[in-house]
Ligand binder design. Sequence first.
Ligand SMILES: [Zn+2]
Ligand SMILES: [Zn+2]
Length: 155
Amino acid sequence: MSQPSLPWEGGCRCGQVRLKISAPPLVTMACHCAGCQKMCASAFSLSAAIPSDGFEITQGEPVIGGLHGATRHYFCPRCMSWMFTRPEGMDFFVNLRPTMLDDASWFTPFIETFTSEGLPWAATGAPHSYEAFPPFEAFDGLIQGYAEQVATPAT
Ligand SMILES: [Zn+2]
Ligand SMILES: [Zn+2]
């Protein structure tokens, strides 16, 4: 499914925190790691890597949750929805949980990570699969591959 036109709006479960996306994702992901399983209360997390200058909180004040470490996991202070992550050392993008968007129907994961920790039945259909995290050198190619897929959506 092709992406709707920008900007996109979204918010947490209770609506106290709202956000606006004005730049398309660099790449989309699903993560099977044990930490994401706990924080999502599910088999894997979903992410859309949004360029930082295209990401804006329009209402409310998200708070830090999760590990409280160098990678910052942001939650709604009231309903505790895990909304987005600012990964350590990578300030140029924000990992939005795409199910916060008012319309997430277009979302499909392009990369899946930490399949080594995944539940045996959990499959995402992502075309690029990694047992852990992709090597840093792979990202340029993955971002380019995702842009090409969005330009020519699979039918
Ligand atoms: Zn909330
Ligand atoms: Zn993870």
